[in-house]
Design a protein around this ligand. Structure first.
Ligand code: B12
Length: 213
């Protein structure tokens, strides 16, 4: 669909106003928020990642694209996430130490919220001791760790180790996600689960908590 391709292109170009206007236009035309997300925003961000890798795009431009994506996600959020009447459980989430990426984590939070979970989002660059402290304070059923860098994914292991050392690992299940990680890495560092994207993250959380529907 031409408009979705345009949306991806505007996002790649970091044209926030155009991204916002087109998001609203597509919603008004009854295009599903999932399609807007997948075929527009995520497609555009994938192109940004490709250009970044090839050295064709630099940080200030990537930040503009990220800002445009966050703005569009804000509009999509109420359409993606209908507030669950009763909470199905509390999920504590954060991007691990050293890592500032939060778009994917936020999306996972939106989808979990839409599925009826209560979200406590610690934000980005969260050291292991902060996760431990927050588990004690908020007593979640699930802890969700995000990392987007091959360097910071190592901090998922130190976070899991800290939770275990604090004697909290039998109270919470830990799931991980983000571009550089996979099921193999999750197994290796002793995470309870891994999911490739926000939709599968909801399935994984339900599975870990024994929720069938
Ligand atoms: C936007 C972006 C940025 C923005 C982030 C803005 C923000 N607020 O998040 C800015 C400009 C700040 C940035 C900075 C950097 N970035 Co950057 N960035 C990206 C980019 C282009 C897109 C990421 C994104 O938002 N994708 C869209 C979302 C929807 O997808 P996602 O994040 O993958 O999330 C999905 C899944 O992974 C999963 N998921 C994510 N988290 C979780 C958690 C759980 C629990 C679960 C279950 C699932 C899950 O579900 C999500 C939704 O479906 C990627 C390229 C890419 N293709 O990933 C590079 C990329 C991640 N960045 C990269 C790099 C190198 C950097 C910098 C080091 C650059 C530099 N030289 O300074 C810095 C690091 C800063 C830091 N300390 O964190 C590299 C990483 C390479 C590597 N292997 O380590 C990438 C891959 C680009 C590249 N191709 O080279 N970046």
């Amino acid at each position: 669909m031409k408009e979705l391709q345009d949306l991806a292109l505007y996002l790649e170009q970091g044209q926030a106003q155009k991204v916002i206007a087109l998001t609203e236009q597509l919603l008004a035309a009854s295009i599903s928020p999932q399609r807007i997300l997948n075929d527009g925003l995520i497609a555009g961000m994938a192109a940004v990642g490709e250009k970044m890798r090839n050295g064709d795009m630099y940080l200030p431009e990537v930040l503009q694209s990220a800002g445009a994506m966050q703005a569009s996600l804000k509009i999509l959020k109420p359409h993606l996430a209908r507030e669950g009447a009763q909470s199905r459980g509390r999920v504590l989430m954060g991007t691990v130490k050293g890592d500032m990426h939060d778009i994917g984590k936020n999306l996972v939070g939106i989808m979990l919220q839409g599925a009826g979970f209560e979200i406590v989002d610690l934000g980005v660059n969260i050291p292991p001791e902060k996760f431990v402290e927050a588990i004690k304070t908020h007593q979640p059923s699930i802890v969700a760790l995000s990392a987007m860098l091959t360097t910071t994914m190592l901090n998922m292991k130190s976070t899991i180790d800290s939770v275990r050392l604090a004697g909290l690992s039998s109270y919470v299940k830990i799931i991980i996600g983000g571009a550089p990680v996979n099921q193999g890495y999750a197994d290796q560092i002793g995470a309870d689960g891994y999911a490739r994207d926000a939709v599968l993250a909801v399935d994984k959380v339900k599975q870990l908590l024994g929720i069938s529907a």
